[in-house]
Design a protein around this ligand. Structure first.
Ligand code: UT7
Length: 327
């Protein structure tokens, strides 16, 4: 029988330090009311200077490993989905691999922005189904506070830091990933991007003076594509799995903006009590948002074996995707 993959465990870590809307009111020309009504965010967690991507990712991964009753030595592959790595070289995946003592496997980074976790799950699923690997660690981690311009009110109110990690393992049981679909369209690359610091505009006094190392976003345009794309790809994985929305027990959209999640929920006609949102406390943590949400649900006893869970995401690239699984 062909092996199937399932999400064996989940873990997450968010830094302790909290940045509230009241704090932001003192930093940029904004109000708590604007932020809450336009984005749904009340507060977000921010790393201290001594916390960085590989550190918070390792904490999330250790929790997932402990819950799976595995050690680093059991991992065949580590996929680190991030667009805020520790440094350009080497990959943050390799640094996490060393922290976990998982050196017999392979580790790498994957840049798919907010869709990174679902890209990682989809890749893990393929390696497991092919019979090549048994245990894959998929991490979504971002320290976007280092990439965000705290003088730009249109972006700084949205993002937060955090990490989430899942162990995807082979199984013979009927739990598992039913269907996963990932997409991208690079013609919209400039809807959300960081122009400086790469090979096109290497770091220089000029790029720094022009604040080119920070996130630039065309939020309005992104908003419309995000809603449409997450709706379409969610319908596709439901169709591919032979299911309808009524078969779903939990729906977790990427936490980009509460209004985006509401619009996708409404279009798919998912009942309110099946949708999970934590953007009010966590903000938009990009690739970490879905695994953090899964971990919160697990920790509070709301995520139970046998439940059908629909995950969907959208982000810079632009990239989007959906995964339908039986937990
Ligand atoms: O993670 C995946 C990728 N990210 C997304 O998908 C994000 C998608 N976009 C969004 O979430 C929303 O577009 C934003 C939250 C970024 C912006 O909300 P919006 O309702 O689309 O606002 P807007 O950009 O149309 O701006 C409306 C007004 C503008 O003022 P004027 O020109 O009407 O006078 C902005 O300057 O709101 C102003 N504004 C603010 N006002 C107070 C923008 N940011 C702020 C702010 N506080 N923080």
């Amino acid at each position: 029988m062909k092996p199937r993959s399932f999400m064996r465990s989940i873990g997450s870590y968010v830094p302790e330090k909290i940045l509230t809307n009241a704090d932001l009111e003192k930093m940029v020309n904004t109000t708590d009311e604007w932020i809450r009504t336009r984005t749904g965010v009340r507060e977000r967690h921010i790393c201290n200077p001594d916390e960085y991507t590989s550190i918070i990712a390792t904490r999330a991964a250790q929790l997932a490993l402990q819950r799976a009753e595995l050690t680093g030595k059991d991992l065949d592959m580590i996929i680190c989905a991030t667009i805020s790595p520790d440094q350009p070289l080497p990959s943050t995946g390799c640094l996490i691999q060393a922290n976990l003592g998982a050196t017999q496997g392979v580790a790498f980074d994957m840049a798919a922005a907010c869709s990174g976790f679902l890209y990682g799950i989809t890749i893990a699923d393929q390696f497991i189904k092919s019979g090549m690997y048994k245990n894959v660690l998929v991490i979504g981690v971002e320290v976007l506070s280092r990439w965000v311009d705290y003088t730009d009110r249109a972006t700084c109110v949205l993002f937060g830091d955090g990490a989430g990690a899942a162990i995807v393992s082979a199984t013979d049981s009927d739990s598992g990933i039913y269907s996963s679909d990932i997409r991208s369209d690079g013609t919209m690359a400039e809807f959300l991007f960081i122009p400086g610091g790469g090979t096109r505009y290497p770091a220089s006094h000029q790029t720094i003076d022009e604040r080119q190392h920070f996130v630039k976003m065309r939020g309005n345009e992104l908003f419309k594509v995000a809603v449409r794309s997450m709706e379409e790809v969610s319908r596709r994985v439901l169709r591919d799995s032979g299911m309808t929305v009524s078969d779903i027990d939990l729906f977790i959209p990427h936490q980009a903006n509460q209004r985006i999640s509401d619009a996708v929920r409404e279009r798919l006609m998912v009942p309110f009590d099946k949708v999970y949102c934590n953007i009010d406390r966590i903000g938009n943590t990009s690739s970490a948002s879905i695994p953090i949400a899964l971990d919160e649900l697990y920790t509070h006893g709301r995520l139970k074996r046998g439940m059908n869970v629909l995950l969907t995401s959208f982000g810079a690239g632009v990239t989007w995707g959906a995964t339908l699984l039986k937990w």
